[in-house]
Design a binder for this molecule. Structure first.
Ligand SMILES: C[S@+](CC[C@H](N)C(=O)[O-])C[C@H]1O[C@@H](n2cnc3c(N)ncnc32)[C@H](O)[C@@H]1O
Length: 383
C-alpha cells in the first residue's frame, strides 16, 4: 500500500477527536496544537539489551525477530503509529506519526514528540526483550525542556515524575545538563553493564533547533504534486550524509520526518515548521571523530535562531574528547557548555548556542578565532 494511503487509513480509523497524536481540546474545533503550538522536542528512550543467562532463546537477530505489527502494539502504549519501515543488514527503522523507532538486534531507540506517552511502553518493551531471550543492560532516557510541559500526560509533565516512573522499573540516576531556567537537556541513565565485559564504543550526536528561518521552513509545508523525495533533495537534507537509504514523509498540511540508514548508523530528522513553534531535530549515532563539520552542515540547511547540541560518547568511541568537540560555528555564539564524565566509561556534553545578531548572514563556515565568551560548567564524576 502506498505510504499516503496507509497513513490516511490509520488516521481515519483513529478515535473521533484524535488524529494520531493531534488531540482536540474538547471544547472548540481548535486542536491543542493550534492553541499552544506543536510540541516538537522529543522524548527519547534508548534501551540496550544483553543475552539473558537463563534463557534458552539465543538468536543473532534478537529484537529484529519482532515484526511491525508487534512493534505497533508496543507503540500503542505511547500513543503513536508506524507510518513506514525501511531495513538494511543492521537495523529496522520505522517512521512514526510522532518521530522514529530504530531496532538493532540488541538495542531499541525510540523518540516521540507531541503529547505522546513514551514511558508507558517500558513494560511491553521489557517483555518483548524477554521473548527474544534478552534482558535490559542499559537505559538512557533524555529530552530537551518542553515548551508546554503542563499539556503533557503523566509522567511527562515534569522530569521528576519521569524519573520516579523510570525508577519503578530500573534504578538509575538523573541529570539536568544546562541552565534550569533556559534551554537544557534532561538525562536519566540506568547502567547495569558489567565493567570490562566488552569495549564501549557507542556515541550519539543530537542537534535540537528552535526559531528556524521561515524561508527554510516554507519548504516543509506540503505542496500539491511535490513528491517528498524532492523536498528531501532540494532542502539539502539528502546531501547531509550521501549514500544513505532514506525513508521520508511529509505531513499534511505541514511537518516532515525522515530516517536515514547508512550501513550500521542511523540518522533522523523531524521538522515542525509552524512559525509560532518551529523546531527541527537531527540525531545520529554516526561514528565520527568530531561532529563540527556535520554540525556546520546541519546549521547551513536549517538556519536556526538558537539550538542545543548534545554528544554522548563512550570511552572507546572515535569521538574521544567531547570537551573539545562542538567548536563554535562563526554565525553563532555559545551560551553555555556542560560536560559530565560518568564512571561507567562515557562522557556527555551539552551546549546552547544562539545566532549572533539578526543582521549577520547565516553562514556556518568555521572561524575558530572568533570565539565569544564561554560559560563553562564542568561537573565531576559521580555528581
Ligand atoms: C511529526 S512531525 C515532527 C515532530 C518532531 N519531533 C520535530 O522535530 O518537530 C510534527 C509536525 O507535523 C505536523 N503534523 C501534521 N499532521 C500530524 C499528525 N497527524 N501527527 C503528528 N504531527 C503532525 C505537526 O503540526 C508538526 O508540524
Amino acid at each position: 500500500m502506498p505510504i499516503m494511503s496507509t497513513i490516511d487509513k490509520l488516521f481515519n480509523e483513529s478515535d473521533a477527536g484524535f488524529i494520531g497524536n493531534h488531540q482536540h481540546n474538547g471544547y472548540t474545533n481548535e486542536t491543542t496544537e493550534e492553541i499552544y503550538g506543536f510540541e516538537g522536542p522529543e522524548k527519547k528512550l534508548d534501551i540496550r539489551f544483553c543475552q539473558m543467562k537463563s534463557s534458552k532463546i539465543s538468536t543473532k537477530s534478537g529484537l529484529r525477530m519482532i515484526n511491525k505489527e508487534k512493534w505497533q502494539t508496543v507503540l500503542d502504549s505511547a500513543r503513536c503509529t508506524i507510518i513506514s519501515q525501511k531495513s538494511n543488514d543492521y537495523m529496522d527503522a520505522y517512521v512514526l506519526s510522532e518521530s522514529s523507532l530504530f531496532v538493532y538486534p540488541r538495542r531499541a531507540m525510540i523518540k516521540t514528540c507531541g503529547t505522546t506517552t513514551l514511558l508507558h511502553l517500558i513494560a511491553k518493551m521489557i517483555k518483548v526483550g524477554q521473548e527474544c531471550g534478552l534482558e535490559v543492560e542499559m537505559v538512557l532516557f533524555s529530552r530537551k525542556n518542553l515548551n508546554h510541559p503542563s499539556k503533557q500526560v503523566f509522567p511527562h509533565c515534569s522530569f521528576s515524575d519521569e524519573v520516579e516512573f523510570l525508577n519503578k522499573s530500573f534504578q538509575g540516576q538523573a541529570y539536568v545538563m544546562g541552565p534550569l531556567n533556559k534551554d537544557h537537556w534532561n538525562l536519566y541513565i540506568a547502567d547495569f553493564r558489567k565493567s570490562s565485559t566488552f569495549q564501549r564504543t557507542e556515541q550519539t550526536f543530537e542537534v535540537m533547533m528552535h526559531d528556524l528561518d521561515p524561508k527554510v521552513m516554507e519548504q516543509f509545508f506540503k505542496k500539491p504534486d511535490q513528491p517528498v523525495s524532492e523536498v528531501t533533495e532540494k532542502s539539502g537534507i539528502a546531501g547531509l550524509l550521501p549514500g544513505s537509504l532514506i525513508d521520508d514523509f511529509q505531513f499534511d498540511p505541514c511537518g516532515y520526518s525522515m530516517n536515514g540508514l547508512l550501513n550500521q548508523w542511523y540518522w533522523t530528522i523531524h521538522i515542525t515548521p509552524e512559525s509560532h513553534c518551529s523546531y527541527v531535530s537531527f540525531d545520529t549515532n554516526l561514528a565520527l571523530a568530531d561532529y563540527n563539520q556535520l554540525l556546520a552542515n546541519v546549521l547551513e540547511v536549517f538556519k536556526p535562531g538558537r539550538f542545543t547540541a548534545a554528544i554522548y560518547a563512550e570511552d572507546g568511541s572515535p569521538c574521544g574528547d567531547p570537551y573539545s568537540s562542538l567548536d563554535l560555528p562563526s554565525a553563532y555564539s555559545i551560551q553555555n557548555k556542560t560536560v559530565h564524565g560518568f564512571d561507567g566509561g562515557y562522557d556527555v556534553v551539552v551546549c546552547n548556542y544562539s545566532l549572533v545578531g539578526k543582521e549577520k548572514k547565516h553562514s556556518t563556515k568555521q572561524d575558530l578565532t572568533s570565539k565569544s565568551p564561554l560559560e563553562c560548567n564542568l561537573i565531576s564524576v559521580g555528581n
